[in-house]
Design a protein around this ligand. Sequence first.
Ligand code: ATP
Ligand code: MG
Ligand code: MG
Ligand code: MG
Length: 480
Amino acid sequence: NKRVKIKTILDTNPIGSEVTLMGWVRTKRGNKNVSFIALNDGSIITNYQVVADPNLISEEILKKCTTGACLKVTGNVVDSQGAGQSSELNATAIEVLGEADPEKYPLQPKKHSMEFLRENAHLRMRTITFSAVFRVRHALAFAVHKYFNDKGFFYIHTPIITASDAEGAGETFKVTTLDLKNPPKTDDGAIDYKQDFFERETNLTVSGQLEGELAAMALGDIYTFGPTFRAENSNTTRHLAEFWMIEPEMAFYDAEDNADLAEDFLKYVIQYALHNCAEDLAFLDQRLQEEEKVKPADQRSEMSLLDKLSFVADNNFVRITYTEAIEILRNSTPNKKKKFSYLIDAWGTDLQSEHERFLVEKHFKKPVILTDYPKEIKSFYMRQNDDGKTVAAMDILFPGIGEIVGGSQREERMDVLTKRMEEMSIPQDEMWWYLDTRRFGAAPHAGFGLGFERMVLFVTGMGNIRDVIAFPRTPGNAEF
Ligand code: ATP
Ligand code: MG
Ligand code: MG
Ligand code: MG
């Protein structure tokens, strides 16, 4: 296979040599004297210009070089006459590997709506926008592993099928081998999961955290990076039923160490993308600016995508407590008329996304690390503060995204943990394995969960979480 990637040609500019390219036709134009084929093989954002002379390439072949067709092109790399690219290919031979009937190929060389492209998720990665998004997604995933590996963290694979629902918060997808239309029943009429494959009720994981804690209590610093599943009615632009979560868990970290790591990690990953995806991000930035132009002036974002990314990577995040946030919100006027009046005496209720957005986008204009939430609105495993009312939780809020990270220092004190589990009616006998880490060699520890798609959403500037995962799982969407 003598195939050369377009990226290699653009990087090395081998003027005068003969190469073979393989890729898909984006457009073809020209006249009876010459044809110009814009070819893309996915390695880079730029289409590569193939010049086809009808004296060398038959009319029959050229007719088949339509948008979407797959070609093998051999030719000579020559200096490009046109602006933009340094070189182009003078074709000496073209083989059509796969034809694409122009009457039927869904991706015409024009601008398609995002809805249309979502319905054609099986083909949309062939567009400039989506190929850019998925190259950036790849770079971000790579950066995640690089960051933790360089810091001496170990990558742990936690189970997908589990009997634990982590904290009973997220809705779970059941996993069963039973025929649920006609399931075996126990004497009291309940489904008899004892006859199921795992001999008990199981579901898809909503988080790898609890297993991650077990690993951290042995290996010190670990992280997971895997798919998680939540059967919530995820009809928002920020929720998927299947998403990838990054969950580091660190022994001997307190809440502040945890926030420091999360901030450093987020900045690193953004910097990595800025350095390694410059062309793709420049394109996505341009795309966003064109979208902004058609918005009313007061709704336009003040910063370009690249400026926003550099700003977040270069500036300290704001750190405030939940209690301070409530105070700020009570004294704020989100628009000319309305105050957040329904927050008065609301200490103890969870913030809504409009509150979070106000803090990040209007009040501080920076990412915010919100800490020390009331214990009633957070999970049983978060460490209780000395005030008896709050826990050492943190949420990190990003502009345009809202919550990107949720984490905490974990409760390592057996008596405090079991009392909290009692209060929240969490059965301790089922979690004996978790409690063993407190029973034997309990260590202070902390960790967080980052929704990977929310990170990709932020870095690419895309508007909908469905557009940063190749094949989104949302209600009614499971075919491909
Ligand atoms: P939200 O308040 O946005 O529903 P959450 O508090 O329920 O999120 P956590 O249980 O704290 O989420 O999960 C950790 C992280 O996983 C979140 O901070 C977010 O980045 C991401 N996340 C949570 N639910 C989803 C989802 N349905 N789709 C994509 N990412 C998600
Ligand atoms: Mg949620
Ligand atoms: Mg939340
Ligand atoms: Mg959360």
